[in-house]
Ligand binder design. Structure first.
Ligand SMILES: *[C@@H]1O[C@H](CO)[C@@H](O)[C@H](O)[C@H]1NC(C)=O
Ligand SMILES: *[C@@H]1O[C@H](CO)[C@@H](O)[C@H](O)[C@H]1NC(C)=O
Length: 262
């Protein structure tokens, strides 16, 4: 803590030398010796404008002038983001809040995005993949099992190998770009994770949704080996069942924890 204060004071001193901009007084003063502004969410219109201006800014210097105009009170607001608006009351069900170029235009020109996830008891972050980014996910509270499927050149013969890890107590794991992966909370307590991506627009494909959206039906039944129990009717039934949500509860686990999945 001491080291941090010293570092912060040094940083503030350097900042003060580099620019005459003073911090506004709209903030609470901290023991670190000087207030800094608190985060104000951007409106959708402000996000669009900022995206456009940043994309038109050719050099890094130009981008900086857009992000931090003079007399902005020395605020880093355009490169900040609050993942959950009401700290203390995070979503209970299970949700993943992503800070990417859609929500943080200031990430334009960087290869960074981030996410905070709340995975409720028995919650499964359903098999998905990020087409444009590697992910490093760290569990900051509770327990998650993380797994991904390996890339294999071999002809399909049985299951593609999967690697998995129980993540708890600030343990994190890599989920490589484009690899199908999932995280499951096997406990009756909520789990919280923080994830980093090496692209500002990581994207997300949910595997079941994507696969079962392939048309026409023949494409699916043929690629599944023409099972006799799976015709157009059953396919439609399946399509109606596939959840859109990122996180859904696993039935068996929910029963053990005495939770209703309805
Ligand atoms: C964020 O960027 C916009 C566009 O340049 C600018 O108008 C606004 O003042 C900036 N906000 C801060 C706090 O710097
Ligand atoms: C996690 O940390 C808690 C508190 O220090 C400890 O009781 C628990 O054994 C740890 N769990 C694992 C799997 O390391």
């Amino acid at each position: 803590m001491k080291t941090l204060s010293v570092a912060l004071t040094a940083l503030l001193a350097v900042t003060a030398l580099a620019s005459p901009v003073a911090y506004t007084s709209t903030t609470s003063t901290t023991a670190a010796g000087g207030g800094a502004p608190t985060f104000t969410p951007l409106t959708p219109a402000e996000i669009k404008d900022l995206q456009t201006e940043l994309l038109l800014a050719a050099s890094y210097k130009d981008k900086e002038a857009v992000l931090f105009p003079p007399n902005n009170g020395g605020s880093a607001n355009n490169v900040s983001f609050q993942f959950v608006n009401n700290p203390g009351t995070p979503p209970q069900d299970g949700s993943v809040i992503v800070g990417s170029v859609d929500s943080i235009p200031g990430l334009i020109g960087t290869n960074v995005a981030a996410a905070i996830g709340f995975i409720g008891p028995c919650g499964l972050n359903v098999p998905h993949l990020h087409p444009r980014a590697n992910e490093f996910l760290t569990v900051v509270s509770g327990t998650l099992i993380g797994a991904f499927l390996l890339e294999t050149d071999a002809q399909f013969a049985g299951d593609i190998p999967q690697v998995a890890m129980t993540l708890t107590n600030f343990t994190g794991m890599l989920f490589p770009q484009g690899h199908t992966h999932w995280q499951f909370n096997p406990t009756c307590e909520e789990a919280i994770f923080a994830a980093a991506f090496d692209d500002n627009d990581e994207g997300r494909f949910q595997v079941a949704q994507t696969f079962f959206s392939s048309m026409p039906d023949d494409v699916l039944t043929t690629s599944l080996g023409n099972p006799s129990f799976l015709g157009p009717t059953q396919l439609d039934q399946l399509r109606g069942l596939i959840p859109e949500a990122f996180v859904v509860m696993v039935d068996d686990c929910a029963k053990t924890c005495g939770l209703s999945t309805a």
